[in-house]
Design a binder for this molecule. Sequence first.
Ligand SMILES: C[S@@+](CC[C@H](N)C(=O)[O-])C[C@H]1O[C@@H](n2cnc3c(N)ncnc32)[C@H](O)[C@@H]1O
Length: 258
Amino acid sequence: MDNQRHDPDTDIYDPGYVANLFDRCSPRYRWWSAISSFGFVAIWRHQCVQRLVAPKSTDPVAVDLMAGTGEVWPHLLRRFPNLRRITALDISHRMHAEAVARLHGRYAHKINHIESDALQSDLPEAYADLVVSTFGLKTFNPEQQRVLARQIERILKPGGCFSLIEASDPKKWMLRPIYRFYLDSVLPLIERFLLSGANDFGMLGTYTRNFGDCARMVEALEAAGLSVTMKSHFFGCATSVAGSKPPVARPTRQPTCA
Ligand SMILES: C[S@@+](CC[C@H](N)C(=O)[O-])C[C@H]1O[C@@H](n2cnc3c(N)ncnc32)[C@H](O)[C@@H]1O
C-alpha cells in the first residue's frame, strides 16, 4: 500500500523542506510525540542516554544533534550532572524557539543553541566528549546519513562517545501490521481532525518506513572510523546505535640510529 502523503515531486529530504515541516509541528511537538507514542519516546530517550559511556573529562561538553525542543536534556543532565555545556543544534528556528520558551532556569545557562544544518555544521573538530541524537535520523536519506556520520566523527574528541536512537520499522514483529496501520492511517486521521487538517506529523510514518532502522547508520559510522553497536528497542519499534571514536594512537617509538 502506498501511503505517500506528499507531492511526488517534493524532495522530502531537502533540509529546507524538513525545517519548514518541523517549524509547523513545533507548537504541538512535545505533547503530540509523547501521546502518540504512548510515552515510549521518553523511555527511548532515557535508554539512548544510558548507552553513553561516562567521559573522562571532569567538565565534559555534549552535542545534541537535531535537538528539537530539548526533550533529551533532562536525561543527559541527570546522567552527567557535571556537564559543562550542551550544544543544541537544530535546523528549525521554531523548534529552537519552543526549546528556549520552556527552558528551566536551573540549567538554562548550560545550553548553547545553534540553528544550523547538522550536515554542514561548522562546530570545531574534536569539540565534544559526547554526541547524542534522539529521533533526528529518519529525515536523512542514506547519502545524508553518510555525511552525518562523518560530521559526528569530526566533532567528537578522540575517545568520545555517541548514542543515537530513532523510531524504526519493526519488520520482523508479529504485530507490525497493527503498528503500521496505527502510524500510517490512525495517526494522520487523528491529526486531520484535531489539528485543523494538518498533515505534518503524518509525514513521520513515511519517513520511518523509508528509514527502516539504524543499520545504514551503523555502516556509515563504521566507514567514518567509529566503533559501533546497534540495539533494538521494544521489538524493533526503535533502534539505537552507540559507540566511540578511537583514542589517539600513541606514537610508536622508532628505533634510533647509533
Ligand atoms: C523528530 S524531531 C526530534 C527532536 C528531539 N531530539 C526529540 O527527542 O524530541 C527531529 C528534529 O530534527 C531536526 N532536523 C532535521 N533535519 C535536520 C538537519 N539537517 N540539521 C539539523 N536539524 C535537523 C528537526 O528540525 C527536528 O527538530
